[in-house]
Every structure is written in C-alpha cells, then in structure tokens.
Design a protein around this ligand. Sequence first.
Ligand code: KIV
Length: 306
Amino acid sequence: MSAHPREKRKPMTLPRLAEMKLNAEPIVMVTAYDHPSAEVAEFAGVDIVLVGDSAAMTVLGHDSTVPVGMEEMLMLAAAVRRGLKTPLLVVDLPSGSYERSNEQAIENAHRFVKEAGCDAVKLERGGASVDRARAIIRAGIPVMGHLGLTPQTATALGGFRAQAKTGSGAVELAEDALALQAVGCFAIVFEAIPAGVTETLMPKMSTSAVIGIGAGPGTDGQVLVFHDLLGIFGGHAPKFVKRYSSLRKEMVRGVGEYAREVRERAFPAAEHSYAIEPEELEAFRRYLDQESLAASFGGDWSATEI
Ligand code: KIV
C-alpha cells in the first residue's frame, strides 16, 4: 500500500516505483512549476512530480510547449526542488535541448541534475530519442519516455489530437514503447491514445512503468497538469482532463473583492495597520511643525523598524 499523505513518507526511489508497478499500486504523478505548487504536491502525497514543459503554456503564456528553453526550465525546476522532500522529481528536456546529439542530451540532462537537483529527465518520442535516452541512462541519469501525443512535435502530428488510432499507428507506438523499455527507461508517459491500445500493450510493458494521460485506466499510473486539474488554466482543456477544483474562478473572485475594497477604502482596516506610541507620533508632529526640533530626537529616522 502507498503511504497515506499524512504518514511520514520516505523519498520515492526507482526501486520503490518498480515495486509499485509489480504490486499494481497506482502511481500518482502531477506537474508543478514553482515552489507553492511543489509544496501542494508534497502535502497531497503524490509519488512523482514533473516540471513539464507544459509550463510554456500554463505559466508563461505561449500557445505551445516549443518556445520554453533550458534556462527557464532550470529556474522552474530549482524552485520546485526547494518545495519537495518525498516525490521523485522529473523534468522535461525542452524542445531543442536534446535532439542534436547524444552529447547535447547528456550535457543538458546533467545540468538539470547538478543545477536544479532533479532526479530524472523526460524526453519525447521514439526513433532518435531512443538513442538519446540510452545515452543519458548510460551517463547515470534516469529517463522517462513520452509517446502518443508528443506536444513538442504536435505540428508534425497534425495538431493536439489523439494518436495511435489506427492499427499501424498502434504498432508504431508499441515499437517505440518497447524500444524505450529495452534501453532502460524507468517509466514512459502515454498521452492521448485509445484505452484499448493501452490495455493491449500493457502486458508487454514489463519493466517501464506506464503513466497515462488520456490513455485510459489500464496504465500503472496517471498524470495530470496541475493547472488543468485545479482549474487554474483558462485555456482549452483536453477531453482527458478532469477538474477537481475551480481555482481560477476563486482567484478572480478574491482579487476582484480586493480591488473593490481598495476603491471603497475598506482595505486596509485597523488590524492591517501598524501602531505608533502617541508620544512618538506627537514628536513627529512637532518635527514637521518646526523642523529645527528634529535635532532633539538624537535618533535615526530611517532606521525605524517596521
Ligand atoms: O509537459 C507536461 O506537462 C507533460 C505531461 C502532460 C506529461 O509532458
């Protein structure tokens, strides 16, 4: 059994994830992009946190995941690291950071481990990415694959749409999944593929944990984007998203209420203000009335503690 969130949990490890797969314990993964969202994931007791390149869309306002780069992802990953103790921390190698060569892939994977404290990296697609995954794993860094709808190459796939909906598409996905498994990926994300394809393929997925997002209930675990599941993201939500909260509505309500109270001078109230001893205030008044009296304070005005 997975530890209850309130029990003292041990840091997640790859052997523990393998054990969860073996015992058919569902693996819970969620994205996070900053310190508060990492703390939420920590307290909620999830198993894996992904600093997804979906950050490009959810927090940076782009309309695809392609524009986000290494430096932005490093900054986000380091902030998430500071908010986590127990979940495994995985980060997306962003588009353009691993495709050129195995050397480029290894160098950037190392940056995430050394500079941001990540435990593992994720990369998208099969084909040449299998070779990149093998090289990174040989360099000592665990790798998670990502197949099906791979947002970094959504244009080539015909847009953000379900994949492997034909027999030949399913065969291609299976070959990529088995190749990623063979080079040692500890997990693979299956995104937006028919549930029947997942179920048919799962018996062959013996060592890589399969984490689904829009891949049906037959996987070893599930992942959702933090801003989607909490209803923070205002953009289009794919069919596979379930909203567990409507935080955007609540945030707009809160900020709107604040704006109204400021305009009506209802905020700040006395309890949000600092007090000063009457004699100190009186001294201040005297100073303003007659500046020459300022010398009698003998203190430093600018150093007053707040
Ligand atoms: O970037 C991301 O958030 C992802 C998840 C959807 C798996 O890759």
